[in-house]
Design a protein around this ligand. Structure first.
Ligand code: AMP
Length: 286
């Protein structure tokens, strides 16, 4: 397994594989890898000859009061997990390699990025789109793998690729959860024992919402109220947002039947103590 922090070296390696007619799958991550990331790597492994993973805590997608400095990092453990899956290359650059002192070009979009996480993290998706665009240029893969855990991010990246005619296929992968339902996340390490128990309120509230949808409820405000009621019952939890949007374009809807392709995204962000966690379900019901 190659580990490189160098842009030129990494790009040359990917190009060489492609010259030999090998397909390349790419998994962008911020590291501190867990089973969620592993599932993306395994999907990439199944569908491609070579697999590349990037591990980079991207400073420009964090807001000024967010957890960039404290974000967990463990390259040695990450490399071992990558090796166990059969990853061929890890791209692990320093921030200076990615962002020169005079860096000034950003990728952004209207629409999709303004709702949900975009409201509480106004510069987040600009940072994500910029780094992912750069990574797609550094690692010109055939396919890139993203988790549905970050459903808005997945929608944004798919749209960016379409809008910019980028030559890469975006593959979405299902959310991997702990046995008790908590969505796996590198940020779960911030939780103490009491908070870890309280964090179950995310998956529990979504399960209640989903049950309501499956029973035929179409009124978005009623479904949201049901989810909010479960969350507010947990004293360590504070709602950032509970939203239901049309998954086709991440626009708010009042009735599920208004979704253009019949696919809705029900997404929540909840503070458990100081830790902000997200979870969601996507429902295709026609
Ligand atoms: P991150 O390292 O948090 O930036 O995540 C890197 C990629 O892994 C993103 O595409 C995430 O959506 C995906 N991911 C993170 N957690 C999970 C999970 N629990 N299940 C599936 N994918 C995940």
């Amino acid at each position: 397994m190659i580990i490189s922090g160098n842009i030129k070296e990494t790009r040359n390696q990917i190009k060489e594989w492609k010259r030999h007619g090998l397909s390349v799958g790419f998994v962008p991550t911020m590291g501190y890898l867990h089973e969620g990331h592993k599932s993306l790597m395994e999907a990439a492994k199944r569908e491609n000859d070579k697999v590349a993973v990037s591990i980079f805590v991207n400073p420009i997608q964090f807001g000024p009061n967010e957890d960039f400095a404290s974000y967990p990092r463990d390259l040695e453990k990450d490399a071992a997990l990558c090796e166990s899956v059969g990853v061929d290359l890890i791209f692990h650059p320093e921030a200076e390699e990615m962002y020169a002192e005079d860096f000034s070009t950003y990728v952004d979009m209207n629409g999709l990025t303004k709702e949900l996480c975009g409201k509480s993290r106004p510069t987040h998706f600009r940072g994500v789109q910029t780094v992912v665009s750069k990574l797609f240029h550094i690692l010109p893969a055939d396919r890139a793998y993203f988790g549905q855990k970050d459903a808005q991010q997945l929608a944004v990246i798919k749209k960016m690729v379409r809008d910019m005619s980028m030559d890469i296929e975006i593959v979405g992968c299902p959310i991997i959860r702990e046995a008790d339902g908590l969505a796996k996340s590198s940020r779960n390490t911030y939780l103490n024992a009491e908070e870890r128990a309280a964090a179950l309120v995310l998956s529990r509230s979504l399960a209640e919402g989903k049950k309501l949808v499956e029973s035929g409820e179409r009124d978005v405000s009623k479904i949201k109220k049901c989810i909010e009621a479960v969350i507010t019952g947990e004293k360590l939890a504070r709602i950032d947002y509970v939203e239901i949007v049309d998954f086709a374009d991440i626009t708010p809807i009042e009735n599920l039947d208004a979704a253009k392709t019949g696919e809705i995204l029900c997404a929540i962000a909840v503070y458990i103590g100081k830790t902000r966690l997200i979870d969601n379900f996507i429902c295709k019901y026609r």
